[in-house]
Design a protein around this ligand. Structure first.
Ligand SMILES: Cc1cc2nc3c(=O)[nH]c(=O)nc-3n(C[C@H](O)[C@H](O)[C@H](O)COP(=O)(O)O)c2cc1C
Length: 183
């Protein structure tokens, strides 16, 4: 079983990016367990002075990322930049390293966002994540009110979500085949 964790960069209750991750959970095929991390709102603002004394919500985020074989981030663009929600979550794991060598997919539920995807990709790369080619995509939704049911009714979007899950599962498999044997 490949465990894939979704992180949404939007806290909006009707977020299309969150809806897309919920749709992903519903299309995940046998052999893939996809779950959405539901508690990014409780992660405090990053402060290096708090490292070693982190809030329980930071430990919970790190543990969930450690347990995941791969991660999918779906996030909107705010003012041509990465949302504070996702950047804050990532800042907490720069030092602890949960994404190092981990296959990561990066999705944006819009084809109009031209700046944040590349900025987020660069951040993930410098953190040591393996941003997987074929899982770094704009998903053709372009409807800021789409629910998960609406997304599941868009064949092109479902095809992208299925592809991303397959590509990530393959990256996890390839990683396990090349990982050094534990002593
Ligand atoms: C503060 C703010 C800034 C935004 N800036 C951009 C932007 O620079 N580029 C863009 O394509 N969309 C921008 N948008 C539109 C969002 O991408 C769009 O509303 C998207 O649906 C939000 O994602 P969500 O539905 O997951 O919350 C912005 C929205 C907000 C609220």
């Amino acid at each position: 079983m490949v465990k894939i964790l979704g992180l949404s960069g939007s806290l909006r209750a009707a977020s299309v990016n969150t809806a897309m991750l919920n749709a992903m959970a519903q299309v995940a095929q046998e052999g893939i367990h996809f779950s959405l991390y539901a508690d990014l709102a409780s992660v405090p603002l990053f402060n290096p002075d708090l490292e070693g004394h982190e809030a329980p919500s930071v430990h919970a985020l790190r543990a969930a990322l450690r347990e995941a074989d791969a991660v999918v981030i779906a996030s909107p663009e705010y003012a041509h930049g990465v949302t504070g929600v996702i950047k804050n979550a990532l800042d907490w794991i720069v030092g602890s390293g949960e994404l190092v060598d981990k296959p990561v997919g990066l999705l944006i539920a819009s084809s109009r966002s031209l700046y944040a995807p590349e900025a987020l990709r660069k951040t993930l790369v410098v953190m040591g994540a393996q941003v997987v080619e074929g899982a770094y995509l704009a998903v053709p939704i372009n409807n800021s009110h789409a629910s998960d049911a609406d997304i599941l009714a868009i064949p092109d979007a479902v095809a992208v979500l299925l592809d991303v899950l397959d590509v990530l599962a393959a990256a996890v498999q390839a990683r396990s085949e090349t990982a050094p044997l534990e002593a």
